[in-house]
Design a protein around this ligand. Sequence first.
Ligand SMILES: [Zn+2]
Length: 243
Amino acid sequence: MTPVPSKPEPLRFTPLNITQLTGQSQSHLQEVFPGHFLHREVVTAYLALVELAAEEGIALRLASGFRSFERQLAIWNAKARGERPVAGRHGELITMTELSEREKVLAILRWSALPGTSRHHWGSDMDIWDSAAVTDDYQLQLSPEEYATGGPFAACSYWLDTLISCGKTEFFRPYTGDDACGKAIGVAPEPWHLSFRPLAQICEQSLTLDVLYQVIENADICLQKAILENLDEIYSRFICSQY
Ligand SMILES: [Zn+2]
């Protein structure tokens, strides 16, 4: 018997246009809490996750949802100019003046997305924490230690691990970090970063090397020449590797 070919599932989301995709427009967003925005079609899924967490005594909060191109550009340029610290693989401080232009670009990329490529531009991605696990005056770091065993958000992180591995949510963690041999391949692991797969997948496919080249070429960005010269490598190591 000839197997009946299965129909491809219809897309649940309209692909973002280039300005939305690269954080240069906010027309795809909805404010979830004052100052915190997500894609308007992700809000319901996020609120459902918050409710599910509450059943476990976890008060899931957004540390960061949408982030604009301008904001990411300001972070990038401040790091490139040495006005903001750049950390190494284990959190150690890097002396930027000792690095070549290419090395500077790669060092910044370890912890900061290239403007135009942040998953936070899409409104599908967010950084989360558990406000029930800490006191009101707690200063959130978004450090790996906070989410590891012994840290205040270990229970929240474990709960998310279980939910994701059981396939009970469409959220996932795109930044797992190093490869199986422990070799750093791209962005550092971020246990606080969640992505809503049905929308993020569409965005990942839309963000091509050509789109990215145009965006960087037209941006007032530090280290522009080194970025453009190494864009193929950046794209495969820091952007595609997370998909
Ligand atoms: Zn994030």
